[in-house]
Design a protein around this ligand. Structure first.
Ligand SMILES: C[S@@+](CC[C@H](N)C(=O)[O-])C[C@H]1O[C@@H](n2cnc3c(N)ncnc32)[C@H](O)[C@@H]1O
Ligand code: SF4
Length: 378
């Protein structure tokens, strides 16, 4: 069982971000931490925990007292003796050396720092609270304290060129983290970038520049030992995120906190998915008064489970494990998806072997198109 804990608070809202997070006062954060501890106590499952992930929002906005309260509750109520990976997301501008040392003392062994870019102008245009010098300083400190550090970067950003991205990648490589996530910008509704795009005021890189950036990422990172193991994730061998690999490999997870999602397997169905209300006030009041805070609950049909299994597995470089598909669904994948497989093979997006079906480099660029092909008729 994996545990995800959502912290829906940030110092400022970035212009591109649609994640469930708000700018809040410490009083509300205290109330939220108390509710979260109550939810942990109410949620007890018997399985041992393999990974824990504090995501956000900005989990590093919590002070050590608030974080300890949550972590202590987890230690009390769950068997963490087999927990191999304990990650926290942290933002440059909210952390320092003593904070990192305190995180280590809490048992956290992996740090994911949201850097986005090492270009000051871009950082400013994204609405980030830090500049590149602060980010470099924070990454260096993190690497000196943790054995497993990841940074998040972004590409396809407004006014970003392949050359600007190259400078960022070059800097990233010199910092010797073990892991780099790099996401292509998705312009989301409800964000400042979404609004600007609606007005025709968001200047994104053209296809040619975007292709150059993609080529740069997929060439430069592996050249420096970062193997691509998922569409947006690169790691030094042995430092792939176990928690995130779980999401793409049909592993159960329990999501705690406002807007958190869970996936639980069961003998009699193809799995159960549910999620908490993302409204923070509703979440806190609901937990305090013992009300149901779930807003979605779905028992997966075989069709939905097959679709999800395929498009989640296809995110990984190793792709769909054909034996795992047969074991789970009792049917050979070719009996269900032969047309899709032939089509994507013909279009040069997938590679097929006796044991796996995987997206190739071009397929990973057009992942969303390929995933949609795995949707089955109603
Ligand atoms: C859950 S977010 C939060 C991380 C952390 N709060 C931070 O910003 O430093 C994880 C990552 O998703 C990426 N991200 C967020 N919004 C995105 C978007 N609209 N398009 C592409 N990537 C995005 C960013 O790289 C971000 O660091
Ligand atoms: S990118 Fe990170 S810091 Fe920025 S608003 Fe989203 S969650 Fe908060």
């Amino acid at each position: 069982m994996q545990i995800y804990i959502h912290i829906p608070f940030c110092r400022a809202k970035c212009k591109y971000c649609a994640f469930n997070s708000i700018v809040a006062q410490n009083d509300l954060i205290d109330e939220y931490v108390d509710a979260l501890c109550m939810e942990i106590k109410q949620s007890i499952q018997t399985q041992a925990v393999s990974t824990i992930y504090f995501g956000g929002g900005t989990p590093s906005i919590l002070n050590i007292k608030q974080l300890s309260k949550i972590v202590d509750t987890l230690y009390k109520d769950y068997d963490l003796s087999h927990c191999i990976e304990f990650t926290i997301e942290a933002n440059p501008g909210t952390v320092n050396k003593s904070y990192f040392n305190d995180l280590r003392k809490l048992g956290i062994n992996r740090l994911s720092l949201g850097v986005q870019s090492f270009d000051d102008k871009l950082l400013h245009n994204l609405g980030r609270i830090h500049n590149s010098e602060e980010a470099i300083e924070n990454v260096k400190t993190a690497v000196s304290i943790f054995d497993n550090v990841s940074i998040d970067l972004m590409y396809d950003l407004p006014n970003q060129t392949a050359q600007i991205l190259k400078n960022t990648l070059d800097t990233a490589i010199t910092l010797h983290t073990q892991h780099i996530s790099i996401y292509g910008l998705e312009v989301e509704e409800g964000t400042e970038f979404g609004r600007l795009q609606g007005l025709g005021d968001l200047k994104l890189p053209d296809d040619d520049e975007s292709d150059k950036m993609y080529e740069l990422i997929t060439k430069e990172l592996p050249q420096h030992g970062f193997q691509r193991y998922e569409i947006s994730n690169f790691a030094i061998e042995g430092f792939e995120s176990r928690h995130n690999l779980g999401y793409w490999s049909d592993t159960e997870y329990l999501g705690l906190g406002a807007g958190a999602h869970s996936y639980i397997q069961s003998e009699s169905t193809f799995g159960l998915r549910f999620s908490n209300t993302s409204n923070i006030r509703e979440y806190i009041d609901g937990i305090k008064s013992g009300l149901d805070i779930k807003i979605t609950e779905e028992i997966l049909t075989q069709k939905a489970a097959m679709e999800e299994f395929c498009f989640l597995a296809l995110r990984k470089a190793e792709g769909i494990d054909l034996n795992q598909f047969t074991d789970k669904f009792g049917v050979d994948i070719n009996c269900v998806y032969s047309e899709t497989i032939d089509k994507l093979k013909y279009e040069g997006l997938i590679d097929v072997s006796n044991s796996h079906i995987k997206l190739n480099k071009r397929g990973m660029k057009y992942g969303n198109y390929a995933f949609a092909e795995f949707l089955l008729d109603p």
